[in-house]
Design a protein around this ligand. Structure first.
Ligand SMILES: Cc1cc2nc3c(=O)[nH]c(=O)nc-3n(C[C@H](O)[C@H](O)[C@H](O)COP(=O)(O)OP(=O)(O)OC[C@H]3O[C@@H](n4cnc5c(N)ncnc54)[C@H](O)[C@@H]3O)c2cc1C
Length: 358
């Protein structure tokens, strides 16, 4: 069975000058497969200029909305986002992979928590899903959001956020940080940097009161915020990040300097959709994903840069070396989770299970 399903676009709305929100119609037969958890993303595929282009887009609707919707911000010179903004209309059919991703924490109606979120630009997309879902699912929990933008004209989901604020006046606090539009309080002018965060934590928000933080935006901002949170006393385990990273360059694999032990080739078994597929590949030369694709296996993947985690799997036998990893937490790597696009076999045999952990 293909990893992708053809879904019809039910609606396209313009959120800002350069961002569209795309709602998909999910037929009853596919409803279960397209059930999602707040903060998850979809992988979309289109043939653009005869090239198979796949990109990830976070779901922006709440779980309770029973609606599948993503937002696509135009990246200057970007292949998929330009194509989508220029051509996608209601009635179009797109290939869509079922939801995946781990940018969330379990919710419970019993919880009485305070969540903190930092978003910049299109990084608001998963946050909207997380915030809305959480406020609905946990009637005693609170959410505080810092949302960085250049100016109000570039704020995605401005009216939806305003509605949320009105509806949950006591439980949802929203602060805009603008880099090119003067606001009354000086603290909220500029970019979200480490120094600015330190000021927020001094004057505005008590981190001792925070149960969980979420960060989504450009790489530098995420790094700065995460560092500032930790420097000011929030434990790393309480911080979840989602990297969009259109900017992460695809690096060439640097071969191991040490000669690898054992034989020249690795005997690989890929377990996917219940099938066990076995093939041989050279060690330390190409990624398991690329080798599997060359075998004609219908693999799940998108960015091929260690960011989106679409190709996530579990190493159940053998060992791989991973080049880049922007998606997995340390504890996940420790229990054998790997990104197949970045995994180079170093053992003589290797079994990678794509059904156990994605
Ligand atoms: C988990 C996840 C969730 C995401 N969610 C969202 C979301 O909700 N909304 C959203 O808008 N995006 C999201 N993204 C980002 C999205 O997947 C794409 O990366 C983004 O839309 C850009 O794709 P593109 O094809 O338009 O750009 P690409 O063609 O991939 O180009 C990206 C950048 O590289 C530059 N570039 C391209 N080719 C070259 C070249 N040959 N030389 C030099 N520079 C080049 C482009 O100018 C552009 O700046 C998400 C990403 C991930 C991993």
């Amino acid at each position: 069975m293909s990893q992708f399903q053809a879904l019809t676009v039910a609606a396209v709305t313009h959120e800002t000058r350069d961002t569209i929100a795309v709602t998909f119609a999910v037929p009853p037969a596919l409803r279960e497969r397209f059930q999602f958890t707040q903060g998850q993303h979809l992988t979309l595929r289109a043939m653009i200029d005869a090239e198979d282009v796949r990109r990830s887009y976070s779901i922006c609707s709440a779980v309770q909305d029973a609606q599948l919707r993503v937002a696509i911000k135009r990246v200057p010179g970007g292949t998929f986002s330009t194509w989508a903004n220029d051509t996608l209309r209601a009635g179009a059919v797109l290939e869509v992979m079922p939801p995946m991703g781990h940018f969330n924490v379990p919710l419970s109606a019993e919880n009485e928590k305070h969540y903190l979120a930092f978003a910049a630009g299109s990084g608001i997309t998963p946050m909207l899903s997380i915030i809305k879902t959480t406020l609905l699912a946990e009637p005693r929990s609170r959410f505080t959001l810092f949302y960085g933008n250049r100016a109000s004209s570039s704020v995605i989901f401005k009216s939806e956020l305003a509605e949320l604020k009105d509806r949950y006046m006591e439980r949802f606090q929203l602060t805009y940080v603008m880099s090119r539009e003067q606001q009354d309080i000086d603290l909220f002018n500029g970019r979200i940097t480490k120094e600015k965060c330190a000021q927020f934590f001094q004057h505005w928000i008590d981190l001792a009161d925070i149960d969980q933080a979420f960060i989504c935006g450009p790489e530098q901002m995420m790094h700065d915020v995460s560092q500032a949170l930790q420097d000011n006393g929030l434990a790393k385990e309480k911080i979840k990040i989602e990297l969009f990273a259109a900017s992460v360059p695809k690096r060439a694999h640097a071969s191991s300097k040490q000669p690898l032990a054992g034989s020249h080739d690795c005997d690989v078994t890929v377990i996917i959709d219940g099938a066990h597929i076995r093939f041989a590949m050279e060690k330390d030369k190409e990624s398991v994903l690329d080798a599997a694709l060359r075998q004609g296996i219908d693999m799940r993947y998108a960015c091929k840069a260690g960011v989106c985690s679409t190709c996530r799997c579990k190493v159940v036998e053998g060992k791989v070396d991973m080049d880049a990893n922007y998606a997995l937490e340390d504890y996940e790597v420790a229990r054998g989770v790997a990104l197949s696009c970045q995994s180079f076999p170093v053992s003589d045999t290797l079994v990678m299970d794509f059904d156990q952990d994605h």
